[in-house]
Ligand binder design. Structure first.
Ligand code: GDP
Length: 220
């Protein structure tokens, strides 16, 4: 049965995650326009979140590379969806960041322009990881994206980033609050993972969860 809490993830799943993420990870495509997305193939997992949430750092921590996400995120090309193939078994999709402070509504709208078509109509998209900065909690822009994903019945999972920035009691309180909110969203996955790219907390659990979505055999 699929795990409903991070504690239910067993050693075999952790090992499957470790093995998958030890594989080669290569850049396959960058799309600036939803109409030129790469062909549908391997299962895909998209990483989304507000600008500065720690998305590049988390992708780099998962894959054990220092510059994977950043190299293709050169300034001026932020409105780009980047596709990375992991061991030819899973595609990691780096979405553009959204929602900077005051311009959040407008920016979410712009973000939707590029992202909506991808997120709504992608048969190979198994899950969206919606990253939430533990210091900031869920913002209105995050909740707008959650509603959009609910409407399109696109499965997604909330992942806390920068967990090292909170004391254990504050982190536990945030987890409870965010999990309660997620439970009210039909398309949200029940497991909430708290991660830190600095300490590595939560990284092996997230790898295990993603390995469960990967193709069992490599496909080119
Ligand atoms: P992105 O814009 O979402 O790709 O965010 P980045 O990965 O570039 O990170 C934004 C900032 O947050 C950088 O200054 C990172 O060093 C910092 N950061 C990212 N992840 C963590 C983390 O887990 N812990 C801490 N303390 N800082 C982090």
């Amino acid at each position: 049965m699929a795990p409903r809490t991070a504690d239910e993830i067993d050693q075999a799943a952790i090992e499957a995650g470790r093995l998958l993420f030890a594989g080669e990870c290569r850049f396959v495509a960058g799309a600036t326009d939803p109409s030129i997305l790469p062909p549908v193939g391997l299962p895909e997992v998209a990483f989304a979140g507000r600008s500065n949430v720690g998305k590049s750092s988390l992708i780099n921590a998962l894959t054990g590379r220092k510059t994977l996400a950043r190299t293709s995120n050169t300034p001026g090309r932020t409105q780009q969806i980047n596709f990375f193939s992991l061991a030819d078994r899973l595609i990691l999709v780096d979405m553009p960041g959204y929602g900077y402070a005051k311009a959040s509504r407008k920016e979410v709208k712009e973000w939707q322009g590029l992202a909506t078509l991808y997120l709504r109509g992608r048969p190979s998209l198994r899950r969206v990881l919606l990253l939430i900065d533990a210091r900031q909690g869920l913002k209105e822009s995050d909740q707008q994206v959650m509603r959009q994903l609910d409407e399109s019945a696109q499965s997604y999972q909330l992942v806390l980033t920068k967990a090292d920035k909170l004391k254990p009691a504050a982190l536990a309180a945030l987890r409870e609050k965010v999990a309660a909110l997620a439970a009210r969203h039909p398309a949200a996955h029940p497991v909430l993972v708290a991660t830190s790219a600095v300490t590595g907390d939560g990284v092996s659990i997230l790898r295990a969860l993603l390995a469960a979505l990967a193709s069992p055999t490599p496909l080119r």
